[in-house]
Ligand binder design. Structure first.
Ligand code: F6P
Length: 463
């Protein structure tokens, strides 16, 4: 292979530039040209295929900065539709005209679902990214546990349900232990929880902090590092009576409570609390919001004003219970060391997979309790259920303890290898040196897009 392409698709993460960097460094060593396709699949739907040569003369262009969040080649939520064969053929012919012999998609489960039709046309591999940590398998046979259930109300007349086979769970068998972006999202969320705590403490309040993750509770689980009192994850339907009992117990003791909830939490009937504002992106992902606010309303009703008045801790439940979303801050900014390091390795591995002649494969981060982390390659088809669908990974239920509403011992064991040394000395030093730099006050922000724009080339042959 002499030339390959790379694109970044879906919601961004802080570690995408690190993946691009890793891929380019490896491509340089192997004397391969690498084209960055602008704005994910969007570039391939454009007949001019905007792109940037990332390594002229096998030297990385200076705009690639693995310590900078986001993606310097842009991302979009456009995805290929496996049913649109003509569109896929057009995309393949555009890539062929550009001389691209293999493609790396940096993406999540939405991108992986669309990988096969592309792989039928040119060698294509995936380098994972997602703050949700939902691209992977808790154990290799997990896809076989999904079944289709008839549901006239659902799209297509059916929905998927997971039957639990209760395997002997072992951290060493997790496929893709953690995805680039997850560690930084947890870092931001846990820091936010710590900060909310002291203000809740001062004002005798109950804080509900909503974190991202869609239907997967990994970010919520990791927020345990910020020491919230209660964590609620989408994989365990809410037992409101039990939650209220815990809230009152903790509030009686310390006059403040901090609750973290994943945005996809569900009630005892499996209905999403934040579903009222749901919408879908082109990959069919549900955008959730409002879970914390919905939970707040339930707590206000169940705890009532009198409880707060009795203790002289506020006039009303409405006043005492407040919500905050960590929001997109958990998806942006400088990636912490764990993310940078492994994102770069996964980018490099994706290049190697293409060179080894692998197609329709995924670069994964594997964990071994004796050896630590290492990158590997995994067939994309092994992520598919028997109908060919790839499901977002949910938190393995036993990582969470529904009684104490916190990570279980197994959950703690899961988190430790990722986070124990996740922050580099330079991460803190960078903050110390840059945040209050005088230049920040006098120089306007200079966007990377301005520089990359100057390097964009287009496919000359018009169709
Ligand atoms: O999948 C990543 C993610 O950040 C989710 O956690 C969240 O639900 C969603 O994307 C938000 O998407 P958007 O940025 O398009 O609002």
């Amino acid at each position: 292979m002499k030339r390959i392409g790379i694109l970044t698709a879906g919601g961004d993460t802080p570690a995408m530039n690190a993946t691009i960097h890793g891929a380019v460094v490896r491509a340089n060593q192997l004397r391969i040209e690498i084209f960055g396709l602008i704005k994910g699949f969007n570039s391939l739907f454009n007949p001019r295929v905007p792109h940037v040569l990332l390594n002229p003369l096998y030297q990385e262009i200076p705009e690639i900065d693995p310590t900078k969040g986001g993606t310097m080649i842009g991302s979009s939520r456009d995805y290929v539709d496996p049913e649109k064969k003509d569109e896929l053929d057009t995309i393949a012919s555009r890539l062929h005209k550009l001389g691209i012999e293999g493609l790396i998609c940096v993406g999540g489960d939405g991108t992986l679902n669309g990988l096969q039709p592309l792989a039928e046309r040119l060698p294509t591999v995936l380098a994972p990214k997602t703050i949700d940590n939902d691209l992977g398998l808790n154990y290799p046979d997990e896809p076989d546990e999904w079944v289709r259930v008839n549901d006239p109300a659902a799209k297509g007349g059916f929905r998927y349900e997971k039957r639990d086979s209760k395997p002997v769970f072992d951290l060493n068998y997790i496929v893709n232990y953690a995805t680039p972006g997850y560690a930084t999202a947890v870092f931001v969320s846990a820091s936010g929880v710590e900060r909310i705590r002291t203000t809740a403490e001062s004002h005798r309040r109950i804080a509900i902090i909503e974190v991202m993750g869609r239907h997967s509770g990994y970010i919520a689980l990791g927020s345990a590092y910020g020491r919230p009192d209660i964590i609620l994850v989408p994989e365990h339907p809410l037992d409101l009576e039990h939650i209220v009992e815990r809230v009152k117990h903790i509030y009686d003791l310390q006059k403040n409570v901090v609750i973290v909830c994943g945005e996809g939490i569900v009630d005892d009937k499996g209905r999403e609390l934040g579903a009222e504002t749901k919408s879908t992106d082109p990959a069919g992902n549900v955008a959730l919001s409002g879970a914390a606010e919905a939970l707040r309303h339930k707590l206000i009703t169940m705890i009532g004003d009198r409880y707060f008045q009795l203790y002289r801790r506020g006039n009303s439940a409405r006043e005492a219970i407040f919500t905050r979303k960590v929001g997109h801050t958990q998806r942006g900014g400088r990636p912490i060391l764990f993310d940078r390091f492994y994102a770069a390795q996964l980018g490099a591995k994706a290049v190697e997979l293409l060179l080894e002649g692998r197609n329709n494969a995924v670069a994964t981060l594997q964990y071994d309790s004796k050896k630590g982390f290492e990158v590997s390659g995994y067939e994309a088809s092994r992520f598919r259920d028997r109908w060919g669908y790839i499901h977002a990974r949910r938190l393995y239920p036993m990582l969470y303890d529904p009684k104490v509403l916190k990570p279980s011992r197994l959950g703690i064991d899961y988190l430790l290898p990722i986070f124990t040394d996740a922050i580099g000395d330079d991460d803190m030093e960078h903050l110390r040196r840059t945040l209050f730099a005088v230049g920040n006050l006098v120089q306007p922000y200079h966007s990377i897009n301005t520089d990359v724009n100057k390097r964009i080339r287009y496919l000359k042959t018009e169709e």
